[in-house]
Design a protein around this ligand. Structure first.
Ligand SMILES: [Zn+2]
Ligand SMILES: [Zn+2]
Length: 203
């Protein structure tokens, strides 16, 4: 999923890629890509060596519910701005970006600094800004997508907020069926005591 940037200039160029789920078959985590992924946006060159990609990544992934163990599909869409720099500049640009972020969080300090710094743009909510390297005059759109997949992955996947989970006794999916099991938790030590008691009462 490489995009050739060798002829890219400061003029904005459209990017439109559709990637089939098979391209992510190597992702062996707790999810799989459930349908075609689309990356739509623009790319342009900046400051000679930088390449800025604005894109919207739309995809869907299948994850497993943590309670009932059924898989379900999570659709997602993310707006991403990625600045690609050559490896030789990566460390410096990372440090600069971190310093700017520090100024932004400091707030009051940023106001006192010179107002000329137009590079700092307000970041809209749900908008991800990333920094990446490029090699051999090509940027890897696959990496941009992969990163978004991981960011969109739910921390505690639940098929529905009210998922009833599995019966701890017979394993039935309690969202779909009602079993007759008693699944109140009983202290195993109490169970032993109860058995001992009933045995002694009989004798
Ligand atoms: Zn569930
Ligand atoms: Zn049961």
């Amino acid at each position: 999923m490489l995009l050739d940037i060798s002829r890219l200039r400061t003029v904005v160029v459209d990017v439109n890629r559709r990637v089939e789920p098979e391209a992510f078959a190597d992702l062996t985590d707790d999810f799989r890509v459930a349908g075609p992924t689309e990356l739509v946006g623009t790319v342009r060159r900046e400051k000679g060596t930088h390449v800025v990609l604005h894109s919207r990544v739309t995809s869907a992934m299948e994850v497993t519910c943590g309670r009932c163990l059924e898989s379900y599909v999570v659709p997602f869409s993310a707006d991403v701005e990625t600045r690609f720099v050559p490896p030789a500049e990566f460390a410096r640009v990372t440090a600069e970006t971190a310093a700017k972020a520090g100024l932004l969080t400091a707030g009051a300090v940023a106001d006192d600094e010179d107002e000329e710094d137009e590079d700092i743009e307000p970041v809209a909510e749900g908008h991800v800004v990333g920094l990446a390297e490029y090699r051999d005059e090509a940027i890897d759109l696959g990496d941009v997508i992969r990163e978004q997949l991981y960011l969109a992955l739910p921390m505690k996947p639940l098929c529905q907020e009210s998922c009833k989970g599995l019966c701890p006794v017979c394993g039935a999916n309690r969202n779909r069926e009602t079993c007759q099991c008693q699944y109140q938790w009983e202290d195993p030590r109490m169970a032993v005591l109860a058995e001992w008691k009933s045995r002694n009462e009989k004798t």
